[in-house]
Design a protein around this ligand. Structure first.
Ligand code: CP3
Length: 357
């Protein structure tokens, strides 16, 4: 099916038989790793790290060397698209992302142009090419983007938000402008992901981190509709091979059936969702990725092992599960605890697959 030495991750996403459950971890390259902190210090800042393909490649490889995850994820950020649209992204220590020129008016929205990924986002696509070369087919590479809705929240708020007052005000008071912005973003996200696929990404994931902040009706109209539009614009075949797609809405447990109808191959699950119930609801329409509580990794090794076992048993027998956390790992987790988790997935998962029974 592919020239990859380990394609468990891609097979699980397509619900094809596997010998064991593959695993990777959201934010697997990050501050909990001392070797990441060293490269970040050398780069000077997070954005300098993201915009330097050699260093981005180096930190992408770090968690693979240490743990043997079954997939690599491009080291970058979801906010590269708004930055390429001219909003002026910076990260200040302890305060998270910030935009110098947030989007507030109809004029701002009309001025948003879809970036050419090979020009304004060239550094990301170059990183994809370099990582692919360095991986030498060891494991698949995941490309990613934020969802149109999640990108819009940062672009309108100008930074992280708790109440989403500004972006929701725009949505409530001028829904046609919100739709115009989301339509532009859907085109930008699709072009960006298509460029990552053309450059070698073997799967792509859409992070809808803030979809769960919406009411039921608004989620369908302003978040899911545009995640679907992205999916429809994706080129999911390369060299005769299917490029699996994953949609993750944090807080999306309420909407799994609707999410499963959008055409993505897999859904990411947060830890609040029961994975067994989720599987019963979506049936064989999609694979599932998740969903151990990231805070579990503060616990003692035997607790971590037991919780890994619960997630695997919760999904149960058969393919269609990629083990992951329900959200990103936190910066002060002991790296040894991640090893306990990865080893537990390797040891405990073969019993759920016919080839390992
Ligand atoms: O998963 C990976 O290892 C790949 C790299 C990756 C990063 N960000 C690196 C990063 C990915 C996939 C992301 C996605 C991302 N970025 C999301 C969606 C996923 C999610 O967490 O829900 C969001 C909402 C962002 C926006 C963002 N980037 C915020 C809010 C922050 C600051 C938060 C914090 O923890 O400080 C970032 C910074 C960021 N992105 C870091 C990393 C490793 C930490 C930056 C640092 O080194 O200082």
């Amino acid at each position: 099916m592919s020239q990859l030495q380990n394609d468990l991750f891609l097979r699980a996403l397509l619900r094809q038989p596997v010998e064991r459950t593959p695993s990777w971890m959201m934010r697997q390259a990050g501050r909990y790793l001392p070797e990441y902190r060293a490269v970040r210090a050398k780069a000077g800042s997070f954005m300098q790290l993201c915009t330097n393909p050699e260093l981005a490649c180096e930190v992408t490889m770090q968690p693979l060397e240490r743990y043997g995850f079954d997939a690599a994820i491009l080291f970058s950020d979801i906010l590269t698209i708004p930055d390429a649209m001219g909003l002026g992204l910076s990260f200040s220590e302890g305060e998270g992302p910030q935009f110098a020129r947030p989007v507030r008016t109809g004029g701002d929205i009309a001025n948003l142009a879809v970036p050419d990924p090979e020009v304004e986002l060239r550094y990301v696509i170059d990183a994809v090419r370099l990582i692919k070369t360095n991986l030498q087919g060891r494991v698949p590479l995941i490309g990613f983007s934020g969802s149109p809705w999640t990108l819009a929240t940062y672009m309108v708020e100008g930074k992280s938000s708790k109440s989403f007052q500004k972006v929701k005000s725009l949505m409530f008071e001028q829904p046609q402008l919100m739709h115009q912005m989301l339509d532009t973003l859907a085109q930008a996200v699709a072009a960006y992901l298509n460029a990552q696929i053309a450059a070698g990404a073997d799967a792509v994931m859409v992070f809808d981190t803030w979809g769960g902040m919406l009411s039921h009706a608004d989620y369908l109209e302003f978040s899911l509709r545009y995640a679907r539009q992205v999916k429809e614009l994706l080129q999911t075949q390369r060299d005769g091979r299917q490029i699996p797609t994953i949609l993750f809405t944090k807080g999306g447990g309420l909407w799994l059936e609707a999410m499963a109808d959008t055409g993505y191959d897999a859904l990411g699950l947060d830890w609040q969702t029961d994975i067994g119930q989720a599987r019963a609801r979506v049936g064989d329409r999609v694979a599932l990725q998740g969903n151990m509580d990231p805070i579990t990794l503060y616990a003692k090794p035997d607790v971590i092992r037991a919780k890994v076992g619960e997630v695997l048993a919760g999904f149960g027998h058969g393919s269609g599960h990629v083990f992951n956390l329900g959200h990103g790992i936190l910066p002060d987790i002991d790296p040894e605890h991640v090893k306990v988790m990865v080893d537990a997935v390797r040891e405990l998962s073969p019993q759920y697959h016919a080839a390992g029974a």
